[in-house]
Design a protein around this ligand. Structure first.
Ligand code: PEP
Ligand code: MG
Length: 876
């Protein structure tokens, strides 16, 4: 027998997601555990990949296996594919390993043609239902399989309904048949082929269409944004149809076993009576809350409730399920781990531990560190909200608040966002083809659709605020405006959304950060139990240090002292120091700066209260501090009581073609040792003072941009000499460390020599990436996004560490450094210190700590815990 491309549902299980896709593995597992699932089979993801490899053809044996499996469905349902007397109809659904909601294609009611439609009408004694199913099938088949513009069909339907005068359900069987005929003509003229009457041909073409949808634009966009590999392929699920549109005892819906927005423990979902498959997700009508089902069909509800709970405990996680009720009989169509907001993820993980369902380690691994960003998202400032009157309130579909300019078209949203504008995408409802506009927007507002509509699900996944189903919106695409209860908002007008309450405001509003929940703190404390790597913050001023500590930072990994130079009017003294011609003049200017710097450091030491504080000596090119336009130069000359021409020519003489590779880093302190002297003195005097106040201090002095140990050595001598003097003078000793940034390839490669002098290393992976890749931090914006889009690089290397390249330098630097000094403390303070994948890498290399911006400290704590838990998994 050749390769097995097709699996009956009962042949698969939950572990087979790679091969069967998420949907296929889910229905297989449900079938296996006795949940009522309409019978069917799954064509493997391997078949999809092979289809592409051999140039868009079915792999050998696939079709025969599919026909064989179809017989099994026929046997189980007692119906026959293509038989007018008792026709079997099937759904053909996509389903990749990772859920890609609405990004790929699905065809329903397949198997209908003129004669099976007739048979269905007789069998159900419901000609209207059969005509409607027929109309829907031709429409979907035309659009999805034959590529006819969906609008062409919508237009005909809209016309038949008198442009909103009547509903779908008002159309008679005769009218629907008429529409179906018109649809066939449209297919003929648009696609140049006849609508295929042969059910087998329909099936063949639909399977191929699902394969093709794996490489459709929206699927590719979605994978790029969500970092899903293009090589996974999609499964194709062929399943007996069940109908939610057979009358008022039929319905279709989607539900979560817990609230996916808040995490609260209640079944949460929506359904539509007398509706088919995708109507709920598409947001065509605004659905009913699931609680109503309990009132109207109590027995079915109870069965549904029990199955939902059974699935949740079977998977030990929240499930997102789809179901259909056909004439009072419940069928489950899908189950998968429910996508949730970060707040819900944290609450659910903590709740499942207290319910005894999972352990702490599992809980820590359940929350995506990236998602924590959402919890730290802004809310509307309560002050700004006080007097503000919402224009309207829609559904709170995805939390967080955002302001932006209203835009009604996804392409335009993308274009405006690319120019740096903040936009809010306003749509009647969103469809998968709007995805690129949603990515570009700050937030999304829709007039129609529920909490599980496309807009809601997609926005929640991206962590973007969304208000959905705001029924008061009267959107006019032609005029590019929306009227909301008498207020007109035109394209470009500011609006503010609160995705947590569903409120919509006119104008731009201030936002603030939210308080973190006790569940969040609980999860963080569990993370701390598991992680072995330290987490510090990059903070330059006491306020940021306080923030960092409140997020759990265990020290400061980088204080960029130059950021203090712009405070108040001290920039004048800094400029005086830079313009100075002689060491004496320079010392005089530095003497003015010293007490101010000392004050800064005292503030940091007090806040950090005994935790290590790494202070870096001056790093940036000096002309960054100087004015460049004549007027400002003149003001400076006046202040310095100097000649304008002299000051200007001095400034001009400092121009550099390549400042990032120029006179910066330790080069400054080598040429102007008095700068390092001043900074060292400020650090040690501050340390002595704070220690005398009874507060422990742990200074770590760090020298930047060292490439040769011979650069570090003279800086070390200055720092140690100053320390000795300050301590002798005060009669107080403060233990301190002296170390260096490793941010040049040569430093990493000669780390054994550098560690002779340095007591600690901190990888400056911003510069290390810049220098290792020959990629300017400042000038790569023009092509780097395109590189990522075209997959020339998997990620932006300034966001996520290039592990293959720069990562090797980190590994080599760490190993060689520790060969010389076994107890060498090694950390990272580049932007990568807050990126989960990079944090995991740092753990694997054996770094002592990562340091990142204060708001990313929780992300790093969680990622570090997951890295440590990953170790124990690997050991097993
Ligand atoms: C670095 O280069 O990674 C670093 C932390 O220093 P800066 O970003 O200040 O150059
Ligand atoms: Mg640097």
């Amino acid at each position: 027998m050749g390769k097995k491309w097709v699996y009956l549902f009962r042949e698969g299980d939950a572990t087979m997601r790679d091969l069967l896709g998420g949907k296929g593995a889910g229905v297989a597992e449900m079938t296996r555990t006795g949940v009522p699932v309409p019978p069917g089979f799954t064509i493997t993801t391997e078949a999809c990949n092979t289809y592409y490899e051999i140039g868009g053809k079915f792999p050998e044996g696939l079709w025969e296996q599919a026909l064989e499996a179809l017989k099994d469905i026929e046997a189980q349902t007692g119906k026959k594919f293509g038989d007018p007397a008792n026709p079997l109809l099937v759904a053909v659904r996509s389903g990749a390993k990772f859920s890609m909601p609405g990004m790929m294609d699905t065809v329903l009611n397949l198997g209908l043609n003129a004669s099976t439609r007739e048979g269905l009408a007789q069998l159900t004694a419901n000609p209207r239902f059969a005509a409607d199913a027929y109309r829907r099938f031709i429409q979907l088949f035309g659009k999805i399989v034959l590529g006819v513009e969906g609008e062409r069909f919508e237009h005909v339907l809209d016309e038949a309904k008198g442009h909103g005068q009547r509903q779908d359900t008002d159309l008679s069987a005769e009218e629907l048949l008429q529409i179906a005929e018109t649809f066939k003509q449209i297919i003929k003229s648009e696609a140049g082929v006849d609508f295929p009457e042969d059910p087998q041909e329909q099936l063949r073409e639909a399977i191929a269409a699902v394969f093709r949808s794996w490489n459709g634009r929206r699927a590719r966009d979605y994978r790029r944004i969500n970092k899903i590999s293009d090589s996974l392929g999609t499964g194709v699920n062929v399943q007996a149809m069940v109908f939610g549109n057979m009358g008022d005892d039929s319905a279709t819906g989607v539900a979560f076993t817990r609230n996916p927005a808040t995490g609260s423990s209640e079944i949460f979902g929506e359904y539509l009576v007398n509706a088919q498959g995708e109507d709920v997700v598409a947001g065509v009508r605004t659905p009913q809350p699931i609680s109503r089902l309990e009132a109207t069909m109590p027995e079915v509800y109870k069965q549904f409730h029990d199955i939902a709970k059974q699935l949740e405990s079977h998977y030990q996680d929240v499930q997102d399920v789809e179901f259909t009720i056909e004439r009072g009989r419940l069928w489950m169509l899908q189950t998968r781990a429910g996508k949730r907001t970060a707040a819900a993820a944290v609450k659910i993980a903590v709740d499942l531990v207290s319910e005894g369902v999972i352990d702490k380690a599992t809980a820590v691994q359940r929350v995506d560190p990236h998602a924590l960003d959402q919890l730290l998202h802004p809310m509307i400032d309560p002050e700004a909200r006080k007097d503000a009157q919402a224009l309207t309130t829609g559904l709170p579909a995805s939390p967080g608040a955002a302001s932006g300019k209203a835009v009604f078209d996804p392409d335009e949203a993308e274009q405006l966002a690319a120019t740096g504008e903040q936009v809010i995408l306003v749509r009647v409802e969103t469809a998968p083809e709007d995805f690129h506009g949603m990515v570009a927007a700050q937030a999304i507002l829709t007039a129609r659709g529920g909490m599980t509509s496309h807009a809601a699900v997609v926005a929640r996944g991206m962590g973007k605020p969304c208000v959905a189903g705001a029924g008061d919106l009267r959107i006019n695409y032609a005029e590019q405006l929306v009227v909301v209860n008498g207020t007109t908002i035109r394209k470009g007008d500011w609006v503010t959304l609160d995705g947590s309450t569903g409120e919509v405001f006119a104008g731009q509003m201030a936002t603030v950060q939210p308080e973190l929940s006790t569940d969040f703190n609980e999860l963080m404390s569990w993370s701390d139990e598991f992680r072995t790597m330290g987490v510090r913050a990059n903070a330059d001023v006491p306020h940021d240090a306080e923030m960092a500590r409140s997020f759990g930072a265990e020290g400061i990994g980088l204080c960029r002292t130059e950021h203090m130079f712009f405070e108040g009017n001290r920039i004048d003294a800094v400029r005086e120091m830079i313009i100075a011609d002689t060491p004496e003049e320079r010392r005089a200017a530095l003497a003015k700066i010293e007490p101010l710097q000392q004050g800064d450091f005292e503030g940091l030491f007090r806040v950090m209260h005994g935790l290590p504080v790494t202070i870096r000596t001056l790093d940036p090119p000096l002309h960054e501090f100087l004015p460049h336009d004549d007027h400002e130069i003149e003001l400076l000359a006046k202040k310095l009581d100097a000649d304008f021409k002299k000051v200007k020519s001095k400034i001009d003489s400092m121009h550099e073609s390549n400042p990032m590779l120029g006179f910066r880093g330790c080069r400054l302190g080598i040429i102007y040792p008095e700068i390092t002297e001043m900074q060292a003195r400020a650090i040690f005097k501050a340390a002595v003072k704070v220690k005398q106040e009874g507060i422990d201090v742990q200074p770590e002095v760090m020298i930047p941009l060292v490439g040769h140990v011979t650069e570090l050595k003279p800086q070390e001598e200055i720092v140690r000499q100053v320390a000795k003097e300050v301590f002798a003078e005060a009669g107080v000793e403060v233990p301190y460390m002296l170390g260096t940034m490793i941010e040049l390839p040569r430093a990493a490669l000669t780390a054994d020599e550098i560690a002779e002098v340095a007591e600690f290393f901190s990888f400056g992976t911003n510069d290390l990436t810049q220098t290792a890749l020959g990629l300017s931090r400042d000038d790569s914006g023009r092509f780097l996004p395109l590189y990522v889009e075209r997959k020339i690089m998997a990620d932006d290397p300034f966001q996520t560490l290039d592990q293959r390249g720069v990562g090797q330098l980190v590994r080599i630097g760490t190993e060689r450094g520790r060969n010389t000094r076994a107890n060498l403390k090694v950390g990272i303070c580049g932007e990568h210190g807050g990126d989960p994948a990079s944090v995991i890498f740092c753990h694997e290399v054996g770094l002592n700590y990562v340091s990142c911006s204060p708001f990313r400290v929780p992300i790093a704590r969680l990622a570090a815990a997951q890295a440590a838990l990953g170790d124990s998994k690997r050991d097993k």
